[in-house]
Write a protein that binds this ligand. Structure first.
Ligand code: FES
Length: 512
């Protein structure tokens, strides 16, 4: 892809940028419920609880609705690629039905909420499609259409879509939606405050004493303080307080996103995804000048093991122009997801002994409908009510070979390879002098592995190469100028500051 000087990052953040940050807590705070993480799951949980009259505090390490939620593709769909055929085999027809009901309930609930709060969030009702171009791969789609229909979704198998290229077959699910996630969630945040809740940004939770009540240590530029809460929800994408070793059941996945304006006449109006070509996802969004923004996503890879990410952006751009004609990309960004090993998110008690601590994670690329669903499910649990799909999503469910076997073993093998391999002495490696401007590499300095980046001005930035989560070696993502850990997906900027957990602590600075 040609270098474009004025290309922006996430369209959602570019069009609704963060304003003045909400200040950190000034001193100790006591609330009914503390929510760690201000993405869609955290904000929805806090809002649902505040509506039920609970006092809530949202504690966000960076800015709300600006992390994974600010970098999503913003589809609100109960159609999650080929999940229903998988679910009816692994969780039975009732499990598939509950999954469909819970996701549909979340979408309808968000529609009602947007209307009730009068939020203009570019809401559009539309259909979702999973398609293939290869005629040899249509059988799984036919099975999926049948399974989704059995699960209660308005699903059908079709061979025509409004994409400008032919497909061999597709599962079409009607009555889904797309929106602008930041417009929706910032309105929810305002309503949390109106209902008496508090939101603290740039406030990292570094300690968690799980008792009755629970106590959280919160660190910020203002110093450290304590938040006391009867209930705590860990909604940090990858759980930062992982007391049930959930990281063994989660695989991080990064995907690239490109966006370009197109004439409305040639813009498809549905939401599309295919597992071909290392996943390709397509949607469009309305622009003020009457055109639509084509948003294409794909090229998934494990963070820290993506090879040349710039080349991946080029492949995605080539695919988009091949299918949609000449495009001028105005935005490019990347999104990160966690796949659970049984393809069902983990939403419920944080660990088997939890009484007041909850978690929401493993959304597998479908974080918007699932984040809204999680807010509703956790609120039912915290307020002592029943929810029909609690058991389906319960993180304490027993893993089974049928449900998780292959995915679990593969993930563990990948992580073990890094745990062991990263600790073996390497025969030789790159030299600092060999690092080109804009690039980074792991080099040995006084016997220690250091992560060294040379910026475009030639200045070197060195940090420890050991991820502060569990010690795997990080690797440089040149396209995003970030150090990434292949074990559980932690990300750090080139000065070592945490961009994304589960790591909580920065990579230590090193002098060269
Ligand atoms: Fe777990 Fe790095 S994210 S070791």
């Amino acid at each position: 892809m040609d270098e474009q000087a004025d290309i922006h990052g996430s369209y959602w953040l570019h069009t609704v940028p963060p304003g003045e940050p909400a200040p950190p807590p000034e001193g100790p705070l006591t609330v009914d419920a503390a929510v760690v993480g201000g993405g869609i799951a955290g904000l929805c949980t806090a809002w649902e609880l505040a509506r039920r009259g609970r006092s809530v505090a949202v504690l966000e390490a960076h800015r709300i609705a600006a992390g994974v939620t600010g970098h999503t593709t913003a589809k609100l769909s109960a159609q999650h690629t080929l999940v229903y055929d998988h679910l009816r085999r692994t969780r039975g027809p009732e499990g598939a039905r509950l999954y469909a009901r819970s996701q549909t309930d979340a979408i309808r609930h968000a529609a009602r909420t947007a209307e009730e709060l009068g939020v203009d969030c570019d809401w559009e009702d539309t259909a979702a499609y999973t398609y293939v171009e290869d005629p040899a791969r249509t059988d799984p789609l036919k099975a999926e259409a049948e399974a989704a229909r059995e699960a209660g979704l308005p699903a059908e198998y079709v061979t025509e879509t409004d994409l400008p290229f032919p497909v061999a077959g597709a599962v079409r699910v009607a009555d889904q939606a797309q929106f602008h996630p930041r417009k929706y969630l910032l309105a929810l945040a305002d309503d949390i405050r109106r209902l008496g809740g508090v939101i603290h940004e740039n406030s990292r939770v570094t300690g968690f004493d799980e008792g009755d009540p629970c106590r959280l240590t919160v660190e910020s530029a203002a110093g450290a303080t304590e938040v006391t809460a009867r209930s705590v929800v860990v909604a940090t994408h990858y759980p930062v307080f992982d007391r049930a070793l959930l990281f063994t059941r989660l695989s991080p996945r990064r995907e690239l996103v490109l966006a370009a304006p197109v004439d409305a006449a040639r813009a498809p109006l549905g939401m599309y995804i295919t597992q071909e070509h290392r996943t390709r996802s397509v949607r469009t969004a309305p622009l003020e000048d009457g055109r639509r923004l084509l948003v294409v996503t794909g090229e998934h890879f494990t963070p820290g093991a993506g090879g040349d990410v710039e080349e991946r952006f080029e492949r995605l751009a080539a695919w988009a122009t091949d299918r949609f004609g000449e495009l001028t990309f105005t935005h490019r960004w990347a999104t990160q997801d966690n796949d659970s090993t049984d393809s069902v998110p983990l939403v419920g008690p944080l660990h088997p002994g939890s009484k007041h601590a909850y978690v929401a994670t493993g959304f597998g690329g479908w974080g918007l409908s699932t984040g809204i669903m999680a807010g509703r499910l956790l609120t039912e649990r915290i307020t002592g009510r029943d929810c029909a799909w609690s058991d389906l999503y319960d993180p304490r469910r027993i893993a089974s070979v049928v449900r998780e076997g292959a995915a679990f073993l593969k993930h563990q093998a990948d992580v073990a390879r890094h745990f062991v391999g990263d600790r073996l002495p390497s025969a030789s490696g790159p030299e600092v002098d060999g690092i080109a401007p804009g690039d980074g590499a792991i080099v040995r300095v006084s016997g220690e592995r250091c992560a060294v980046h040379r910026d475009e001005a030639g200045q070197l930035h060195a940090v420890s190469a050991r991820c502060t989560h569990l010690g795997c070696l990080v690797a440089f993502n040149r396209a995003e100028k970030a150090w990434e850990c292949p074990c559980h997906g932690s990300r750090f900027d080139f000065e070592g500051q945490v961009l994304q957990g589960p790591a909580q602590q920065p990579l230590e600075r090193r002098d060269l």
